[in-house]
Design a binder for this molecule. Structure first.
Ligand code: IPM
Ligand code: MN
Length: 373
């Protein structure tokens, strides 16, 4: 990660060029990434941040062409040559491995390969969005921190398979639970608390009433939480969490959970804020990070200008913030709020942008300030 460097004399030099890798992805990926790059370039033109954007190959089409969804050389470049990665959704349902799982997905390769252990998934209700729950913007504003390198997904591609039985094991480690719990408490420190009461709170979500791995996850959560007396600790079993994310979303600030539960619950949360197309994410590690929508590549609507670009645009804003380009990140988020408030664009109840992906993108750009604010 790069940041403004101080000269030590009270002056600040210009930030170095931000080196970004872009994986355009499959299905709707390329059009979403194009939209996000247009917004990125318009916003950073206002703030004077320099970007160097390099395309890197990965996904189902790449698998089809080469036999690997991501070349080992690409992974190495992603680890060493960039400040951050913006990734479109990948995968195509018909591109499968012999074992029946999808061949074009990159989660197993990138999350493990870059050791991005915290999957950060903000769930925020924006103005003008038709959501199935009756809530106002500001009442749903929490972040799911999904452990991203172990849990049930540790068995990806490794489960025991016989002709008559198949097993995938859920495993968590002290190290894995500790680092992601610490991340969640630190994140809570940087936020303003839950909408209902302004209390900074981390809710641990597990099934510790049934499974020992989850009891261990909760135990480590408590141990780590001892060092954060300013942050309230809260608990939910995963089934009740699913209920409360829908029925009482205003209670939540930061939600910490295991990999597989985080996958499920982030889609539940997404449904309450206008769907998956509204939801960005960041995969954060100590040495590398990448940013992507939480949804898949929706090949049935690809190339039709029907995809909602918000998830990808907000992922780009998260990336800018992570790279300490706070002004540019804020410009994008403010322009998105403004364009939704203006009614110039609408996201339909089915999650699609009313006048199309491109129109939505251009309308958002017109809500950026004319020059550097
Ligand atoms: C997500 C996605 C991925 C996951 C899929 C595409 C492998 O659903 O990022 O939530 O299960 O993690
Ligand atoms: Mn998912």
């Amino acid at each position: 990660m790069t940041a403004n460097r101080s000269t030590g004399k009270g002056r600040t030099t210009a930030a170095p060029v931000l080196r970004l890798a872009v994986i355009r992805g499959d299905g709707i990926g390329p059009e979403l990434v194009d939209s996000a790059l247009r917004v990125l370039s318009a916003a950073t033109a206002r703030t004077g941040d320099d970007l160097a954007v390099t395309e890197e190959p990965g996904g189902a089409e790449v698998y089809r062409a080469t036999g690997a969804a991501l070349d080992p050389g690409t992974l190495e470049r992603l680890r060493t040559d960039y400040d951050a990665i913006l990734k479109g959704p990948v995968g195509l349902p018909e591109v499968r491995k012999p074992d029946g799982t999808e061949a074009g997905l990159l989660g197993g390769i990138l999350r493990t390969g870059l050791d991005t252990y915290a999957n950060v998934r903000p769930i925020r209700l924006l103005p003008g969005v038709q959501a199935p729950v009756r809530r106002a913007p500001g009442e749903i504003d929490y972040v799911i921190v999904r452990e991203n390198t172990e849990g049930l997904y540790l068995s990806r591609g490794l489960g025991v398979v016989t002709p008559s039985a198949v097993a995938d094991q859920l495993m968590v480690t002290r190290e894995g639970c500790t680092r992601v719990a610490r991340f969640a408490f630190e994140l809570a420190r940087s936020r303003r608390g839950a909408p209902v009461d302004g209390v900074r709170r981390v809710t641990c979500v597990d099934k510790s009433n049934v499974l020992r791995s989850y009891a261990f996850f909760r135990k480590i959560f408590d141990e780590v939480g001892e060092a954060y007396p300013d942050i309230e600790r809260d608990y939910r079993y995963a089934d009740a969490a699913g209920h409360d994310l829908v029925a009482h979303p205003e209670l939540f600030d930061v939600v910490l959970t295991e990999n597989f539960l985080g996958d499920l619950l982030s889609d539940v949360g997404a449904a309450t804020v206008g769907g998956l197309g509204m939801c960005p994410s960041g995969n954060i590690g100590d040495d590398a990070s990448y940013f992507e929508p939480i949804h898949g590549s929706a090949p049935t609507i690809a190339g039709q200008d029907r995809a909602n670009p918000v998830s990808q645009i907000l992922s780009a804003a998260m990336m800018l913030r992570h790279c300490a380009r706070h002004n540019a990140a804020r410009l994008i988020e403010d322009a998105l709020t403004a364009v939704l408030e203006s009614g110039d664009v609408r996201v339909r109840a089915d999650g699609s942008p009313q006048a199309g992906t491109s129109h939505f993108t251009e309308a958002l750009i017109t809500h950026l300030p004319k020059e550097e604010p």
